[in-house]
Ligand binder design. Structure first.
Ligand SMILES: [Zn+2]
Ligand SMILES: [Zn+2]
Length: 213
């Protein structure tokens, strides 16, 4: 039984369900040690959203929509060593790509609007596929498939095993079937690799903050 599925809203909450950085939310945080003012997460969570518009002026600023279609914004407040980190990934902030923001809190800005205020670039990853594609990706499909993803040929136990895509393990008869499928597969491949990487982690227990990379 997989412990992680992207439809899981405990680990991948919508914007409305995020904690707010002004309120101690004990479904996301606990006091550590008990009674202290220090809040640590009780588990890991990621806010997923798709970039719909780049409205950067003074600072990197993106309009996004979440898994429920709710529009919101992600604003980066970047200083010091984070500037170099952000510069190394800023070309990925393209409309249609998905942002994954670990441990996201919602934030009220000075102008009264609400969104995400991100200071730590290591909590953010850009995934070069749409949010819809990412959410519809099921890593288990790949492991149990007994048919070539290109031509659909079924395999029996006695046959030569299918070869897998080296990145995501999607199955093919041979290199030729894989080559023919690549123009279509390259989009799924990105989403699958991300979901597989996330599935290898233990999301239920919080010991340390994870980097998004
Ligand atoms: Zn085939
Ligand atoms: Zn692949």
């Amino acid at each position: 039984m997989p412990q992680l599925e992207l439809p899981n809203t405990q680990h991948f909450p919508s914007f409305r369900d995020l904690p707010n950085d002004n309120v101690a939310n004990f479904s996301y945080y606990h006091q550590s040690p008990p009674g202290s003012p220090i809040l640590l997460p009780t588990r890991h969570w990621v806010f997923l959203c798709e970039i719909t518009r780049n409205i950067s002026l003074m600072r990197p600023h993106f309009l996004v929509k979440d898994r429920t279609g709710t529009d919101t914004q992600v604003v980066f407040y970047i200083e010091g060593e984070n500037q170099a980190k952000f510069a190394s990934i800023c070309s990925q902030f393209v409309v249609g790509n998905t942002l994954a923001v670990f441990y996201a809190d919602s934030h009220y800005f000075m102008d009264g609007s609400v969104g995400l205020r991100v200071e730590d670039v290591s909590t953010v990853k850009v995934i070069p596929c749409s949010l819809e594609r990412l959410l519809s990706t099921n890593a288990n499909d790949v492991n149990i498939r007994r048919a070539c993803s290109s031509c659909g040929t079924q395999r029996r136990d006695t046959d030569i095993p299918l070869r897998g895509c080296s990145r995501c393990k999607t199955k093919y008869c041979n290199q030729e079937c894989q080559r023919v499928d690549w123009p279509r597969h390259k989009h799924d491949c990105v989403a699958l690799q991300q979901v597989q990487a996330w599935e290898e982690r233990d999301w239920r227990r919080f010991e340390n903050y994870w980097d998004a990379f």
